[in-house]
Design a binder for this molecule. Structure first.
Ligand SMILES: C[C@H](N)C(=O)N[C@@H](Cc1c[nH]cn1)C(=O)O
Ligand SMILES: [Zn+2]
Ligand SMILES: [Zn+2]
Length: 483
């Protein structure tokens, strides 16, 4: 920005504070990463709760009114029901003359173990070559903290925050945001009634350029259980004489997609929204270096041979990924066992105009038909979870103008307009139920490795991202009142 513009007069002291306090911000990220808030493991929901409490405390210290809202219970397959972790709902003092921004984020993480190939303990934030490594560093603890630090910066520099602020922070995003959709419905007429804009920072850029994100894919997660004998069996004694559950399961999983990545479940691709010329053009301008990406993730080639094809496959077409097999022998060594029961796990990423309920029905029917053809004596059970819809917003919405200006003020470039292949389970609900404008304003780098070994956020992105959020408050307040 030019140093004489009014925006820069407001922003410079904020940016200076952020630069001067960056070590404290990194230290706080270390404290958050140290909390093993892995929501996929029910035994760790206490840790999730600990971090939600820490978030609530921090918001209270900054002057917010905070509620830990109940989200009900989860029914286990055993029939038992367990209480879900609460959701933090926070609001700062309201001025009716200011627009109201609501930030959504999550503090739970994906599982992480040293033996998966981490260079250092995933729960001990470690700085190497300007990068901050640790589970949750980019997904989503770093960005949540960056929003809190942006608020802290205004307060510490005695500048009035130019927007009304609300926060909604959950601890179950990584497993499908159980209970949150109902909470939003319940609070639509209260907590959300005066919200003008909802912003999410739970994804990464697609290249080295900053980005604004206007769409995510939806997701349904499937469990395919094949149960056979009462006990595991010796493969030398029984091999060849029984239909093995694992053989059934591999055939079922193998029937789901072909080597080109095409999903083979009948009907599944039929609902996909047709590609318009206008949409196709949007892909041309996006920076995406194929050769660099191949090197970065260590693949010889992608399934598509051009940028547009790859990005469309990631953002606007469905995909199916097989994640694992529970009950299978996966330790080192050579055990010669026939597992008695195995559970295959896979998920389908969904795009406009697919409906999770329809996809779930199509997948279950397909698996049952394939299984019936095999005439197996084993028992097949298919169940599903998550059921998250895809989300697409109108990037011409005023919030995106403020996002663009904030990016320009901090990074000196225009942001890319991108979509995201992964899922924010609650994004579509926010838009549909509240009717408010939703935008994603990511700060993570394209190489942050969300869900992967050695997840990181660079110190640069973390600190510049904090400035981006501080600038976004300002730019939002500068939008014309009734656009
Ligand atoms: C984009 C976000 N950071 C994320 O990782 N979301 C998860 C949500 C999910 C989907 N199925 C279960 N959880 C993801 O996209 O995997
Ligand atoms: Zn996330
Ligand atoms: Zn995630």
């Amino acid at each position: 920005t030019s140093s004489s513009s009014p925006s820069s007069t407001v922003l410079q002291p904020l940016f200076q504070y952020i630069d001067e306090h960056q070590d404290e911000f990194v230290q706080r990220l270390g404290e958050w990463v140290a909390v093993k808030s892995d929501s996929s493991d029910r035994a760790l929901w206490g840790e999730v709760q600990t971090l939600l409490n820490m978030t609530a405390d921090r918001l209270r210290e900054m002057g917010a009114q905070v509620e830990l809202a109940d989200t009900g219970t989860q029914q286990l397959s055993s029939g038992e029901s367990v209480s879900l972790p609460p959701v933090v709902l926070a609001q700062f003092e309201r001025d009716p003359n200011k627009p109201t921004l609501c930030f959504y984020g999550h503090v739970d993480v994906q599982p992480a173990k040293m033996e998966d190939g981490w260079i250092a303990d995933p729960y001990n934030l470690t700085e190497r070559d300007g990068n901050l490594y640790g589970r949750g560093a980019t997904d989503n603890k770093g960005p949540v903290l960056a929003w809190l630090h942006a608020v802290e910066t205004y307060r510490a520099t005695k500048q009035e925050v130019p927007v009304n602020l609300k926060f909604i922070i959950e601890g179950m995003e990584e497993v499908g945001s159980d209970g949150l959709d109902e909470l939003i419905r319940l609070r639509n007429e209260s907590f959300f009634s005066d919200v003008d804009y909802i912003v999410i920072s739970d994804n990464v850029w697609v290249s080295r350029r900053p980005a604004l994100t206007y769409g995510t894919r939806g997701s349904s997660y499937f469990f395919v259980e094949v149960e056979g004998p009462k006990i595991d069996l010796h493969s030398g004694v029984f091999g060849g004489s029984i239909q093995e559950p694992m053989t059934d399961l591999i055939a079922l999983l193998g029937s789901l997609l072909d080597h080109t990545g095409k999903v083979l479940v009948p009907g599944l691709n039929e609902a996909v929204a047709p590609l318009t010329e206008e949409e196709r053009k949007l892909y041309e301008d996006i920076h995406y270096d194929l050769e660099e990406m191949k090197k970065e993730i260590g693949v010889k080639h992608f399934l598509q041979d051009n940028k547009e094809g790859i990005l469309m496959a990631r953002w606007r077409y469905p995909s199916l990924s097989i994640h694992g097999i529970e009950g299978a022998f996966s330790d080192p060594g050579s055990k010669t066992v026939i597992p008695r029961r195995v559970i295959g796990k896979f998920s389908v990423r969904q795009v406009p105009n697919m409906e999770p309920a329809v996809v779930e029905r199509q997948v279950k029917q397909h698996l049952q038909e394939v299984f019936a053809r095999h005439k197996s004596p084993n028992i097949l059970t298919v169940s599903s979870s998550v059921g998250a819809k895809p989300w697409v917003a109108d990037p011409r919405d005023p919030q995106y103008i403020a996002g663009r200006k904030a990016v320009k003020a901090v990074f000196g470039v225009e942001p890319e307009l991108i979509r995201e292949g992964s899922t924010i389970p609650i994004a579509a609900n926010f838009q549909e139920v509240t009717g408010k404008s939703v935008m994603m304003l990511p700060i993570g780098g394209h190489d942050d490795g969300e869900h992967s070994q050695n997840e990181k956020i660079s110190r640069y992105n973390y600190i510049q991202g904090t400035k981006l959020f501080a600038a976004f408050f300002h730019e939002l307040s500068q939008l014309p009142k009734d656009p």
